[in-house]
Write a protein that binds this ligand. Structure first.
Ligand SMILES: *Cc1c(COP(=O)(O)O)cnc(C)c1O
Length: 434
């Protein structure tokens, strides 16, 4: 508890509410299924599950199980292991499909995120004739922008002319659905593909994905999403929304550990189209004939046909441990808790701003339907000193110049009490830094 908490009369109220809410939270026990980083005699206040999810306690036994199978069977573990390596990626399919709202055949765990983005753009960004443009959001995660630029160059197209970066209105931080639709319609048949984030990493905005998809299809463009900050954070219905393709990483909200295997989605409409050009490898070749080592490629049906290499087993083991936690928590209950947890944080930030006479501006939309758990807060008039104060007190948040704090209270392992403690420290930090 911060030392000067006693002169903030609202703080005890927030803590009281937090403890009550934790007591009636059906997911409260999941916290103990993850390793909370220690701080001093207690634990850190961890709000960076949007960058790297915490380690599931079960991750160790999943990884050790694979080490044992390797030790015991060598190459035979491909068939003899407890989770045979030859089909290891399939262990994740059902859970990933549930998280993104897909049929199992539409989903595959493979590679890393940016690699998957490239593989999917190879198939779904097919500029030709007048239809050449690729649309992304302005301020996209750098890797996505680099991917987009290099894809344009791969097709011999000048990014200055053929890349569209749609930006919010002057003075606004997030995109309006109708502005995206209007812009897509205006680009018309010059647009080949719309590729946007699902949840924006910087602002936390959850894009109107279904409307964007519909607008793209209306002009004959394909539509895909980078779900790095969306999968495991917000409920998704990729199949029903008719999204053409999507990809995500395994280490943010999915808690698979650093560099964890990523995921990809290809809609059933496309998943059985051998005519779609792609980069091929032996893991996309017919499963039953894979080890016949035939020279000619025989495409596998479904999203698995986009695989090139065999699955990185060690790297996926922790992901399976985490997906088991998602399965038992259930995305419906997680979303319900997430809405309450983020609203509680939002209410608290406004109260702290008022109590300290600070200008704390939340960039993330206030509409709960347009955000996940993350809030991006600008502490106007404050600098790195505030961040250092929070860090020393054991708060782990993401800081971007100038004074943007990104906080993600994750419903799987963060409590209302975490949020109330953070509010107390923020209050003290703002007081100290004036
Ligand atoms: C985290 C993130 C990445 C990271 O890409 P990797 O290929 O996993 O290193 C890319 N794009 C977005 C939008 C991200 O949020």
């Amino acid at each position: 508890m911060p030392q000067d908490a006693k002169d903030w009369t609202d703080l005890p109220l927030f803590m009281e509410e937090a403890l009550q809410r934790d007591a009636s939270d059906p997911l409260a026990d999941f916290r103990h299924r993850f390793h909370m980083p220690p701080h001093g005699a207690g634990h850190a206040l961890y709000f960076t599950g949007n960058s790297l999810g915490l380690q599931p306690v079960e991750a160790r036994s999943f990884i050790e199980g694979e080490l044992e199978d390797w030790q015991r069977f060598g190459v035979e573990a491909h068939f003899e292991g407890r989770r045979p390596w030859v089909s290891y990626h399939k262990e994740a399919t059902a859970d990933l499909a549930a998280l993104v709202g897909a049929q199992p055949e539409e989903v595959v765990a493979m590679n890393a995120l940016t690699v998957n983005l490239h593989l999917l753009l190879i198939s779904f960004y097919r500029p030709g004739g007048n239809r050449t443009k690729l649309m992304i959001e302005a301020g996209a995660f750098p890797s996505d922008r680099y991917a987009a630029l290099s894809q344009l160059r791969l097709h011999g197209l000048d990014p200055d002319e053929h890349l569209i970066e749609i930006a919010p209105r002057e003075g606004e931080h997030t995109l309006r659905a109708e502005d995206i639709e209007t812009r897509i319609a205006a680009e018309g048949d010059s647009l080949a593909c719309v590729m946007m984030c699902g949840v924006q990493y910087y602002t936390g905005q959850w894009m109107p994905m279904e409307r964007i998809t519909r607008a793209a299809h209306a002009v004959g463009a394909t539509c895909g999403f980078d779900l790095a900050h969306a999968t495991g954070n917000v409920p998704l219905e990729l199949h029903d929304w008719n999204v053409d393709f999507a990809c995500w990483c395994g280490y943010k909200y999915l808690n698979g550990g650093p560099g964890c295997t990523a995921g990809a989605f290809v809609h059933a409409r496309h998943a059985h189209r051998p005519d779609l050009p792609r980069l091929e490898g032996w893991w996309g070749h017919s499963e039953s004939r894979r080890f016949k080592m035939e020279p000619d490629f025989d495409l596998m049906p479904g999203a698995e046909g986009w695989q090139t290499s065999n699955a990185p087993v060690m790297n996926m083991a922790a992901l399976l441990a985490s997906l088991a936690e998602f399965r038992s928590a259930g995305m419906d209950r997680l979303r319900t808790k997430s809405l309450a947890l983020t609203a509680f944080l939002e209410k608290g930030i406004h109260a702290v701003a008022e109590a300290t006479d600070s200008r704390l501006e939340i960039l993330t939309p206030s509409d709960p339907g347009a955000r996940g758990c993350q809030l991006s807060v600008v502490a106007h008039g404050h600098g790195k000193a505030l961040f250092d104060h929070l860090t020393q007190a054991g708060v782990i948040v993401d800081w971007r110049e100038p004074a943007v704090i990104r906080l993600a209270p994750v419903p799987l392992y963060n409590s209302f009490r975490d949020v109330a403690e953070f509010l107390g420290l923020l209050h003290a930090g703002l007081r100290a830094d004036t």
